[in-house]
Design a protein around this ligand. Structure first.
Ligand code: ZN
Length: 880
């Protein structure tokens, strides 16, 4: 069937499976080109299904070798098998067993779904529907089974054999050349959580005892020779397990927990029960090959996948429409963990930057969809920032609205009530309705309505009455398929800031809740605060209490006052960002850069005062304050008729002038923050490096000659990747021979380190100059690049697609380049190709010329015969 004719799958069509599978016994003999899979499935009619229904098992590119029902070979007239389905039209109306045999070619599996080989290691990826590429199955998350898996392989090729659960038997086979291992997972699970690994791997391990007293053996497996880089992942695992015991009362439930790093992986990592499989980028770390950012990501992703054991695995999703049930909640949990391990405000700022860059832009374009979509053609296209990041924001708002205590009791109730089930958002929310006594029906609209709401705020002070009235109004722009919008429940955490700090909040309005939260749940409302003897500056949306755009009628002078006086760190940062954003939006939209000089002066003065004060006591926060909103943020804020070159020119001018005005203090900061001791990835020194390197980046624009000298010295003296990478990034801002020399030195220094060279590829792909497209084309022939490896593609090609001015070249060559690569890549790996095509998501906001060019590139992709369902879906939705 042509991809564009793929059926639309709808939430309202959900019905329970007619059949259940209680146990699965797999016997898998691993071979690079002929892997034999024997499956024994114990089926029974589902009491909630239709009696007498046929049995239709899912497949994907499968060939049935043999089939037996209750151990008797099945007459060919009683079933039909295609690569996509295995159907028994009249199965027995009672429990029975099916024995199926299939043969796979893992070496030829370039889609990296199902069973494949990555650098000689057998591994699997089954979410969302990869298990059906291994054997015919009821491949849906509400069919949960107990698995026993026997793996057999040549010892020389795969000395390590892992699957989900606990190891129950392992031995050599007669002759001594082959061996097997049997794994049993006592916890019923959906097929998407199945995993196996076989290969030559080194490991580090550590015993662990849970708070409940269970002894667990933790291990991290990596490519031979890389065990020295697995320690941080193991350390992170121990810390997040303790944290989940302490904060959520969740203990681990098997005798082993294995993490395996592989180099060819479509996503970040996968939470398979007891056997997490990771993109090696999120496991391997040492000071020479991982940056501070990598250390933080590894910590967060190890935690995320581990936390899934309860939010995802023990309680899974009834259907894929409920994906945010496990993902939004688990992102919230990993964000909380990182906040506790590091600086909470800095983590929040970083998360909000990501949310705005990825989710707000998705919400504003043709791919916008609700946190819980109601229809899809290809579920792999819904592993999105909306489901993950906005899904986490919804949980965060729920906690703010019902309070910490009711939230904690609601989570406990959810764990108790839904354990072992495939649940829905409604079942999740019911727990919080019970513990809070609140009606959450209106709040639940956050799951259904796409688009980023805008909150407009205006305030007025009445000196005679000593009162301050705040008017709030909300609206949500229309999104594809949702022309009408309803008002949402928006918690606006706020403070009123006076000359010497926060003023008391006193109001008789019922909209003001405990903890200084105004709940905006109508199109508009006004709240009057009394007892104020001075005019306050409102500090709204503290801690970014809701995922909305805020427009407020505060002047720049008042915002700069909040930058120094607000008790809420997030809003201090936000105040400065808002001042810069307004100026850049004005200049970027009009092309008139004249007003930027004065604004640069004001911002530089505020930053100079900030850097001279106690700011550097929290260098990670200071680094965030120094970083201007990016050109893509400004383009998104402008929202229509965007000329990326004008936006970039405005951004460059403002950054350059601030850099020049602060050249002295920035250079002093750079000199003063140099670390004395050996490298440590801890939050303290990482924060100092972040500030020092942020200073270097601004200096590169404001005082390029001096920065070039400092950069080359930093590169030569550095004992860690973070500082070398920052030197490379700063140098890419300064065209010339010295830059090309540094680029070449970086490559030779890190030859043979693919994860580091990914960063090198990306740094070059992001250079905002006309020559970059040719440079990227050239780099595709470099030994560091490989089109079959998703990490390489994301670094070089994905990096280029994120380059605002070069992807959006006025001649359309950037669009043509990416479209061509998408078409080519789609034949081998549709998931990576469709992700890349998502780079076009903001094409409608561009000025006429670019919009037409982007549209024809998209149309060229859409018109290509033989597209995968993944790419056809993104192309069609982008153009709709
Ligand atoms: Zn996840």
């Amino acid at each position: 069937m042509p991809a564009e004719d793929a059926p639309m799958i709808r939430l309202e069509d959900y019905r329970p499976s007619d059949w259940l599978i209680d146990t699965v016994d797999l016997d898998i003999v691993l071979d690079a080109t002929k892997t034999r899979v024997r499956a024994l499935l114990k089926l029974r009619p589902n009491p909630h299904g239709r009696p007498g229904a046929p049995l239709v098992l899912d497949g994907d590119e499968l060939t049935l070798g043999s089939i037996a029902l209750d151990d008797v070979p099945l007459d060919p007239g009683l079933y039909s098998a295609t690569p996509q389905t295995l159907t028994l039209a009249s199965p027995p109306d009672r429990p029975f067993s099916l024995r199926l045999e299939t043969e796979l070619d893992p070496g030829a599996n370039t889609k990296l779904m199902g069973l494949y080989r990555s650098s000689g290691v057998y591994c699997t990826q089954c979410e969302a529907d990869g298990f059906r590429r291994i054997t015919y199955f009821l491949d849906r998350p509400d069919v949960m089974s107990v698995y026993t898996v026997r793996l057999e392989a040549a010892k020389a090729e795969a000395p390590v054999l892992l699957a989900n659960g606990n190891l129950v038997a392992a031995a050599e086979l007669p002759g001594g050349e082959r061996h097997f291992a049997v794994w049993h997972d006592p916890h019923p699970k959906p097929a998407y959580l199945f995993a196996l690994v076989g290969g030559k791997l080194d490991h580090v391990r550590q015993p662990y005892v849970t708070a409940e007293g269970r002894k667990v053996e933790l291990a991290v497996y990596v490519e031979p020779g890389k065990a020295g880089r697995a320690g941080w992942a193991l350390d992170s695992l121990v810390r997040c397990m303790r944290w989940d015991e302490r904060v959520f009362g969740r203990n681990y439930d098997l005798d082993v927990f294995n993490v395996v790093a592989v180099s060819d992986f479509n996503m970040g990592a996968m939470e398979n029960k007891g056997l997490n499989i990771f993109n090696d980028k999120y496991v391997l770390a040492d000071p020479q090959t991982a940056s501070d950012g990598d250390y933080a990501s590894i910590e967060a992703i190890i935690a995320h996948e581990y936390f899934h054991n309860w939010t995802g695995n023990r309680i899974t999703c009834r259907d894929w429409f409920q994906l945010c049930l496990k993902e939004g909640l688990t992102v919230f949990r990993d964000q909380e963990f990182s906040s506790d391990e590091r600086s909470r405000p800095v983590k929040r700022i970083a998360d909000v930057r990501t949310l705005r860059a990825t989710q707000f832009s998705e919400d504003a374009g043709p791919l916008a969809h609700p946190v819980r979509p109601r229809a899809y053609k290809e579920i792999n296209n819904f592993y999105t920032p909306t489901v993950y990041e906005k899904g986490a924001e919804v949980i965060r708002m729920l906690k703010v609205l019902i309070g910490d205590d009711a939230f904690e009791r609601g989570m406990d109730l959810y764990f108790e009530r839904c354990d072992g089930t495939a649940a829905t958002i409604e079942e999740f929310l019911d727990c919080f309705i019970e513990t809070s006594g609140q009606d959450l029906a209106h709040f639940a609209q956050w799951y259904e309505q796409a688009g980023t709401p805008t909150v407009v705020a205006a305030g007025r002070y009445d000196a005679a009455a000593k009162s301050y009235t705040l008017d709030l109004a909300q609206s949500t722009p229309r999104t594809p398929g949702q022309p009408q919008k309803v008002p949402l429940v928006i918690p606006v955490a706020l403070g009123l800031v006076g000359r010497s700090g926060d003023l008391p909040l006193s109001s008789i309005s019922p909209a003001l809740k405990a903890g200084g939260v105004v709940v905006l749940d109508q199109p508009s409302l006004s709240v009057t605060f009394t007892g104020l003897s001075e005019a306050p500056a409102p500090s709204l949306l503290r801690g970014f209490s809701a995922p909305v755009r805020l427009e407020l009628d505060l002047g720049d002078a008042e915002l700069l006052r909040l930058f120094t006086a607000d008790s809420d760190s997030f809003n201090r940062w936000q105040a400065l960002q808002t001042v810069a954003t307004r100026a850049l939006v004005r200049a970027g939209a009009s092309g008139d850069l004249g007003g930027l000089d004065a604004k640069a002066g004001e911002l530089a003065q505020a930053l100079e005062g900030f850097l001279a004060g106690p700011a550097t006591a929290d260098p990670a926060f200071a680094a965030q304050a120094l970083r201007l909103p990016g050109p893509a943020d400004i383009a998104r804020e402008i929202g229509k008729d965007v000329d990326p070159d004008a936006v970039f020119a405005a951004h460059r001018k403002l950054a350059r002038e601030i850099g020049a005005a602060l050249a002295g203090p920035l250079a002093a900061l750079h000199a003063g923050l140099r670390e004395a001791g050996p490298y440590s990835p801890a939050a303290g020194p990482a924060g100092r490096r972040a500030l020092r390197n942020e200073a270097l980046g601004l200096l590169a624009l404001g005082a390029p000659a001096e920065a070039s000298r400092l950069t080359q010295a930093q590169f030569a003296d550095a004992d860690n990747l973070t500082d070398r990478l920052a030197a490379l990034a700063a140098m890419t801002l300064i065209p010339g021979e010295a830059r090309e020399e540094l680029i070449a030195r970086f490559a030779s220094l890190y030859a043979g380190e693919p994860l580091v060279l990914d960063k090198w590829l990306m740094a070059q792909a992001l250079i905002p100059e006309d020559g970059t497209l040719d440079r990227v084309r050239g780099l595709m022939g470099h030994p560091a690049f490989s089109p079959g490896n998703p990490n390489r593609v994301r670094a070089l090609i994905g990096g280029f697609a994120a380059n605002l001015t070069q992807f959006n070249r006025a001649d359309g060559a950037g669009y043509g380049f990416i479209a061509g690569i998408v078409i080519e890549l789609d034949r081998a790996n549709p998931q990576v190709a469709s992700r890349l095509l998502g780079s076009f998501k903001s094409w409608r906001m561009l000025e006429d010329g670019r919009r037409e060019l982007a549209k024809s590139a998209l149309a060229m992709v859409a018109a290509t015969p033989g597209l995968s369902r993944d790419v056809a879906d993104i192309a069609a939705r982008s153009l709709a």
